[in-house]
Design a protein around this ligand. Sequence first.
Ligand SMILES: Nc1ncnc2c1ncn2[C@@H]1O[C@H](COP(=O)(O)OP(=O)(O)O)[C@@H](O)[C@H]1O
Ligand SMILES: [Mg+2]
Length: 240
Amino acid sequence: MPSEPALSLSGVNAFYGDSHILHDICLELPQGEILALLGRNGAGKTTCMNAIAGLLPRRSGRIAVGRQDISALSPEAICRAGVALVPQGRRMFRSLSVEENLTVARRAAPPAGQRPWTIAQIYDLFPRLQERRANLAGQLSGGEQQMLAIGRALMTAPRVLLMDEPTEGLAPQIVAEVGAIVRNLRAAGLSVILVEQHMAFALGLADQVVVINTGRVVERGAASALRADMSRLEEQLGIH
Ligand SMILES: Nc1ncnc2c1ncn2[C@@H]1O[C@H](COP(=O)(O)OP(=O)(O)O)[C@@H](O)[C@H]1O
Ligand SMILES: [Mg+2]
């Protein structure tokens, strides 16, 4: 029998005030895989990440990490259950140093069975952060800030990493570096949801693809199958 998904959403609805944004979202992230969540600007990708992370005031449906239902948990408890968000825009403490940012992100008690990352391991993954360890986060380049945002998420010892547009605003060479990092994280056993507007980049990395439009899933499948029929995806993403 196949192992249960690392993360699953069934019938998830989410709202901002009276605005109904997500409609009956269902998706499954298999263990150790990368799922690309694609969609046009405003499709609801960030809302979906925030719903998983427990950051929306009003949502319904079931969200589970492995067998654990996290639907009713606080953001802190969802983090303890092994879900970490690398937010869009790489929010971090700009007036703290790189190393201080990593230190404050560390959690005392990792989820059961999870080995916490050490700062030394983060520096192994991102040697550039070690060179910049004493610099303020606000002084880093866009690519370095993205590495720090990922490093901060890893310090919480996640099983599931939610990456919300990690390549936004980065130069092509740095985008390729981020791609290599995401592959490394999968090789380290993490399961990843990669939110992207860059279709080719996401399809090159992902195992599974889900496309949403106006808060609804409009396409899903194995990345290998979708790569064979890019025109269909381009149409859904408004790329002509
Ligand atoms: N804080 C908010 N309050 C009200 N509406 C919002 C808020 N954030 C996003 N929205 C709306 O929700 C929809 C989905 O936005 P978002 O999830 O940010 O899309 P994406 O990440 O796919 O670009 C958009 O129509 C957007 O205008
Ligand atoms: Mg977004």
